[in-house]
Design a protein. Structure first.
Length: 433
């Protein structure tokens, strides 16, 4: 793959010397971001952390920025990914916003995207470091994105969408550090290891160990219209596990209903069983997740209700908790700061509202929601049941085609076994090239 990187870099450098300026464009997205948290710990948290409450604020600037060029119908782009600290690191590790920085709570900079693409009619092929968007393999934008090193294919017509991606390395967004309970429990879509701030192998991303694998293959087939369709998605990770996602949706006028199921099982050398839990227990990696959604959507207004259920299996790792190492969107049900629906023995509910309207010709997007995660005794992660819940409010103003700003507030109960209450405030100014 190093030879491929060198080849793409040489092509991109050659473009600067051989093409006109009109074929070059700046691409990317940058944010100036503020985050503040107020956490109140329960008796167990106070005993373990020696704190009863933590309040802090953090500021950062970052995103992705680079160039896109066209040559002989090939699209070539290179973007740097990075985050710069605008707030001094606090000596108390609890008073730093981990979701903004790398594993060491520092800023970072690396080559996030370097790819060459070619379109043949409705078929698009891409080679190199690139973003990719699906339920199981997603870009997960925070200040930087998830990105994948490999080759992808996309096809789209009026009723049929096909996507495929083979990759062997991944760069995790800064969300990689945002997992509840502790580092080991990486079930919310960020792997078991921390690798924010650069590319790493799949095994290092999944279990923090360098083990052999032939990479990962994702495939998605979707047939139908906007509210009435069937989709089948599959993610196969060599020597680790396979995850399938089936969704059925049916709509009448502005009303729609969706049902879906995720099913996961181990393959190959069963690295997950060996390194996540004691292999002597003989547990396997197996999980199921059922989800449904009822909604009303007309133009830019949307109102929906979601219910999900993840059953427990005492013969499975963490009693059947489902792993989503490349996306925090595997479950449809999530809040701004909570994604607990994939935990085993958990039933979850959410009601959400979204609308786009204008105030004095200023476009405003507004969304609010309330999510409840009823995590019962057989969750396999926490020593006790949890009634986790989150209320959130999100508004975004579009000042121009490129410039926008957003404000988010959320109030969370029992995010993890140590935390009683959490309030989160996020403000971001964003410029999209």
């Amino acid at each position: 793959m190093k030879k491929i990187h060198l080849f793409l870099i040489l092509i991109f450098l050659g473009i600067f010397n051989s093409i006109q300026a009109s074929s070059l464009s700046v691409v990317g997205k940058l944010q100036l971001r503020y985050e503040g948290r107020d956490k109140t710990y329960n008796d167990l948290g106070e005993l373990y952390l020696k704190e009863d409450q933590i309040r802090y604020s953090d500021y950062a600037f970052g995103g992705r920025l680079g160039l896109k060029a066209s040559l002989y119908d090939f699209d070539i782009q290179a973007l740097g990914y990075g985050v710069a600290r605008l707030h001094e690191k606090n000596e108390n590790i609890l008073k730093n916003e981990k979701q903004l920085y790398n594993n060491d709570l520092d800023g970072f900079l690396y080559l996030g995207e370097l790819s060459i693409s070619k379109q043949f009619a409705q078929h698009i092929f891409s080679l190199g470091r690139q973003r990719y968007k699906s339920y199981l393999v997603d870009e997960n934008f925070r200040l930087t994105n998830n990105a994948y090193e490999g080759v992808s294919y996309k096809y789209k017509n009026s009723n049929l969408n096909i996507k495929a991606l083979y990759f062997h390395k991944v760069a995790s967004s800064t969300l990689a550090n945002a997992v509840p309970f502790n580092h080991k429990y990486g079930f919310l879509g960020y792997g078991l290891g921390y690798n924010s701030g650069g590319y790493t192998s799949l095994s290092e991303h999944l279990i923090n160990k360098d083990l052999s694998t032939n990479g990962a293959l994702h495939f998605e087939l979707k047939y139908g219209e906007e509210n009435s369709f069937i989709s089948l998605e599959n993610l196969y990770i060599d020597n680790f596990f396979n995850t399938s996602n089936l969704t059925l949706s049916y709509g009448i006028s502005s009303f729609y209903g969706k049902i879906g199921m995720l099913y996961q099982f181990s393959v190959g050398k069963k690295y997950m069983e060996k390194y996540i839990e004691d292999s002597e227990q003989g547990k396997k990696l197996e999980a199921k997740h059922y989800q449904t959604e009822l909604g009303y959507k007309k133009e830019r207004f949307k109102l929906n209700y979601l219910f999900t259920y993840t059953p427990y299996n005492t013969d499975a790792i963490y009693n059947g908790t489902l792993y989503s190492p490349f996306s925090n969107h595997a479950s449809w049900l999530r809040g701004l700061n909570s994604s607990h629906a994939l935990i085993s023995d958990t039933s979850s509910h959410k009601i959400g509202f979204e609308n786009l309207f204008h105030i004095s010709k200023l476009p405003l997007a507004l969304s609010t929601g309330y999510a409840i995660y009823d995590i019962k005794n057989n969750n396999g992660l926490s020593p006790k049941p949890l009634d986790t819940s989150e209320f959130y409010f999100h508004t975004k103003a579009y000042f121009s085609k490129h410039l926008s700003a957003k404000v988010q507030y959320s109030y969370m109960k029992e995010f993890d076994p140590l935390t009683e209450l959490t309030q989160n405030v996020k403000v971001a100014v964003e410029y999209k090239f």
